[in-house]
Design a protein around this ligand. Structure first.
Ligand SMILES: [Zn+2]
Ligand SMILES: [Zn+2]
Length: 228
């Protein structure tokens, strides 16, 4: 379901140029990407919003294409408003506007298919999120908040590389998991009141860079039940 409020549209006689059509679509995706990034991260960071709104979408840890629209009504309305208004900000041609609606639906579904297919854009555009990054968001909900591109997550330190076809973990993901393990262990040690004295050894002899006291550090928000 796509919700939108619209007023009668003026239809120009001429179609937009190819250049205008392309850059307006890319620009509208950038605007939508930023708007949803802010909305999405806020709905993970604020416990109430996650619990009562966005958590509905996260009932699926391994998404499929139908999960794209498995949303709380408020999320559906928000996404509808972002999609309907993004190309209007710079007065896009109605043809561009309608094409953008279809394009944004296609890329949203593609993000949820749960497959790493050889023709998907993330193989060719390093800044593109795509299915493998959003799949990781459903596995590790405190990462990869941006829907299409990944530069906002890179800037804010919330980026997590994706897992490839067949469950293959690329080096970037293995490195990310190693760093995350250390980060979580340090956080846990801090919570328990350990103080580091000389690098990686705490005052009571517990190592802060790995497993301590027989406990395995949690690697993300899902593992310990937290997704906000
Ligand atoms: Zn999703
Ligand atoms: Zn989410």
């Amino acid at each position: 379901m796509q919700w939108q409020f619209d007023k009668p549209m003026h239809l120009p006689q001429l179609a937009p140029t190819v250049w205008e059509f392309c850059w307006h679509n890319v620009a509208a995706l950038c605007i939508f990407d930023f708007e949803y990034f802010v909305w999405h991260s806020t709905h993970h960071k604020v416990r109430f919003l996650y619990k009562h709104v966005h958590g509905v979408h996260h009932q699926y840890h391994a998404p499929n294409s139908w999960v794209t629209q498995y949303l709380h009504p408020w999320e559906l309305i928000s996404v509808g408003i972002f999609t309907a208004t993004s190309p209007r900000i710079f007065g896009a041609h109605p043809l561009t506007y309608i094409a953008f609606q279809q394009f944004s639906i296609i890329v949203s579904v593609e993000a949820h298919i749960g497959y790493d297919l050889p023709f998907e854009m993330h193989h060719y555009l390093p800044f593109w999120g795509g299915s493998i990054k959003h799949d990781m968001h459903h596995q590790k909900p405190l990462t990869n908040f941006a829907p299409f591109y990944n530069w906002w997550d890179q800037i804010f330190g919330w980026y997590c590389p994706g897992q490839l076809a067949g469950g293959y973990k690329p080096k970037a993901l293995l490195d990310w998991e190693k760093k995350e393990k250390i980060r979580q262990e340090k956080r846990r040690a801090k919570r328990l009141g350990y103080t580091e004295t000389n690098g990686d050894v705490s005052s009571n002899g517990v190592h802060s860079n790995g497993v301590s006291n027989g406990h395995t550090p949690q690697s993300n928000g899902v593992a310990n039940g937290k997704a906000y």
